[in-house]
Design a protein around this ligand. Sequence first.
Ligand SMILES: C[S@@+](CC[C@H](N)C(=O)[O-])C[C@H]1O[C@@H](n2cnc3c(N)ncnc32)[C@H](O)[C@@H]1O
Ligand code: SF4
Length: 409
Amino acid sequence: MVLERRVPSLEDRLGSLEELGLYLHIPFCRQICPYCPYNKELYDPDLASKYVEAVSREIDFYARFLGDKPVTSFYVGGGTPTTMLYSGLGEILERIFGAFDMRCEIHMESHPNDLSRQNLEAIKGLGVQHLSMGVEALQDSHLRTLQRPYTVQEAKGAVERAIGAGFKCVNADLIFGLPNQTLTEVEQAGRELVELGVDQVAAYPLFTFPYTKMGREIPSVANGNSGVWQRRKMLQVLEEVFYGAGYARTSVWAFTRPEVPKYCSVTVPLYLGLGASAGSYLRDVFYLNTFKVSEYINSLEQGRVPIALSLELSERMQMAGWLYWRIYETRFSKADFHRRFGRELDSVFGKYLRPLSWAGLLHDDGEEVVLSDEGTYWLHVLEDLFSIDYVGRLWGLSQREPWPERVVL
Ligand SMILES: C[S@@+](CC[C@H](N)C(=O)[O-])C[C@H]1O[C@@H](n2cnc3c(N)ncnc32)[C@H](O)[C@@H]1O
Ligand code: SF4
């Protein structure tokens, strides 16, 4: 697969969409965590105000083609979107709601240190109904390893205040498989989140991307880092805690309380990304904006789209991509596949799915395919073998070079 520095033709592709998801990237944080692979820079108020202008231009560009298309999911991610809570986030959201046919609620990421009562009121005032924050760990020693700027007590306070603020869903991210972390500590973190009453927990194993600080120090970190079997045990411990408390699995890494709408990124298969490093997927093309915030701003100021790389996708690649994300969600319906591609899922992927079904990794009732807990874990380990390497190469290079000529994956 080769992504190239080429702006794809957009007019027809955007015009043919029936509905779409929207992603907005806020690339600022108040500190840079050593393990984090996402595109972000230290928050700077001047840059943030120029960013508002640039995103507004990008919105206006797309609104010409998309004004009447229903937007059925909207996710604000980062970085840390709440860095811009009082410096233009509201303006951007207003612009989006003015420009597009928004038929969805707002999901937004935040940070435990940004969740004072006053800030929570301001977040609710923006219309956010689903809020997520990175709690990451509930032992002070692990928070120190991750260089998170708060204590366990402060993190719990943030979770409690967020829950008390009355969102439809409060999600807490947790990282497991941390250096020298024990199963008991993982269990304790899970139980405490349940006791606090969070609606959803997204529990990720620690990934070490080679271009992050922690990735570069991998030999020393890996000494105390856990392998795939230990991680499987840790996830099993979390499965027991969350299933025992009545939560259901809603993706490979997420457990959600019943009756709560799951907190997730983009829920429709086709989406448009706004902001530095945002990706867009429009059926037969995937493209990425430049990662560097100043370059993103410059190109929009000069009237150019900030697209840095694009990849045209054959039908086979589109189908494989579809399956990848449905495996991530742990279930999929054969009728959805037929609606999207006009072909029978079994005729395309049956030869791979049948052995997995015999091995107990998934259950196929003829209409719907549901992954078992074992299948969820091992199929994802397999996916990660490829995707972490791909994502690492693509994001790593894009963070070093704002306009790469090509990236071979
Ligand atoms: C954009 S951040 C969350 C919002 C906010 N910036 C914060 O830190 O609280 C996305 C989440 O990805 C997860 N994450 C980041 N780097 C990770 C890594 N190397 N391995 C596993 N999970 C990671 C963390 O759980 C983190 O909360
Ligand atoms: S984990 Fe969150 S706060 Fe830390 S660098 Fe990544 S996006 Fe920023």
